[in-house]
Design a protein around this ligand. Structure first.
Ligand code: FE
Ligand code: FE
Ligand code: ZN
Length: 291
């Protein structure tokens, strides 16, 4: 089976060029920012360029893409203007994503800084309720976080509480980051089955739509959030083989956010394909009399 593996790509040269760069490193999914990652200004929507990207993705049989919200987005800030900015960025980015229908848009739930977890969860859910529409072309994903500082999303319970309060549940899901959940204390290396069972019990596996596959520089429970290249951290290559080939996960998009350039990501993808994709059955099934 050819898994949907990819990396975070730069959109700075244009949409179709970003797609070609992903094809060139052997990717079949990818992540990207809809705008300058540090700025708040939306990119001009270029319908022709986006149409060229759609054609390219189809020609190369890509799986779902996983766009990433800007890091400055904090929908549970104490500051009302920062919450308003988060909502505006989400709405604008989802407008752009209408040109790439059927994909995902992932965001960090945010940091409640002194407001308390309950207030943070209320504010995140309220933003989603104001922006999400059942007819939208995109499903919005909450990312599992390392639990650094006052980050919301370090426990599966946080994500379940947000989802529980959102009305348009068909447009909401979760992106699981292996580095983050390990840093948050979930034993993904020692007990993947147990962690997935816990996720299923608390959130529901049907909400799990994508994964960020990152090794971690730190031991489980460190709450640090420092990514490492595959096989160069505390999770190790074997963990990723287990994750990618797990029957409950194997059809989902897997995104690398490891400290590497495109070439390095291509090497990581090639390594994971050699361990996870299995023999190439491009020749297809042998045709018999009954088909
Ligand atoms: Fe992220
Ligand atoms: Fe991530
Ligand atoms: Zn991270």
């Amino acid at each position: 089976m050819k898994h949907y593996l990819g990396a975070h790509m730069s959109a700075s040269a244009g949409w179709a060029k970003m797609g070609q760069a992903a094809v060139d490193i052997g990717a079949t999914t990818m992540a990207f920012f809809c705008r300058n990652p540090r700025g708040s200004r939306a990119k001009a929507v270029k319908p022709k360029d986006l149409a060229a990207l759609r054609a390219l993705l189809e020609a190369h049989q890509f799986g779902p893409l996983v766009a990433h919200a800007p890091y400055i987005m904090n929908p549970c800030s104490k500051d009302e203007s920062i919450r308003a900015l988060a909502e505006r960025m989400l709405a604008e980015d989802l407008e752009l994503m209408e040109h790439l229908p059927g994909n995902y848009y992932n965001f960090h739930p945010g940091s409640h800084v002194g407001q308390g977890l309950e207030v943070g969860i209320e504010q995140i859910a309220a933003m989603l309720d104001r922006v999400l529409r059942p007819e939208m072309a995109t499903t919005v994903l909450l990312e599992t976080m390392a639990g650094k500082g006052s980050e919301v999303g370090g426990r599966f319970e946080d994500l379940a509480a947000i989802i529980g309060r959102v009305a348009v549940k068909e447009r909401i899901g979760v992106c699981l980051d292996t580095c983050h959940i390990s840093d948050a204390g979930y034993p993904v290396r020692e007990d993947l089955e147990g962690v997935l069972a816990e996720f299923d019990r608390v959130v529901g596996l049907s909400y799990l739509k994508a994964l960020h596959i990152n090794d971690s520089l730190n031991p489980p429970g460190s709450r640090k959030d420092r990514h490492a290249k595959i096989g160069q951290g505390t999770l190790g290559t074997g963990t990723f083989v287990q994750v990618i080939t797990h029957p409950a996960l194997e059809r989902l998009p897997f995104i690398l956010e490891t400290p590497d350039d495109d070439k390095g990501h291509g090497e990581e993808i090639a390594l994971l394909r050699s361990l996870c994709d299995g023999p190439d059955d491009a020749a297809g099934p042998v045709s018999g009399e009954d088909g």
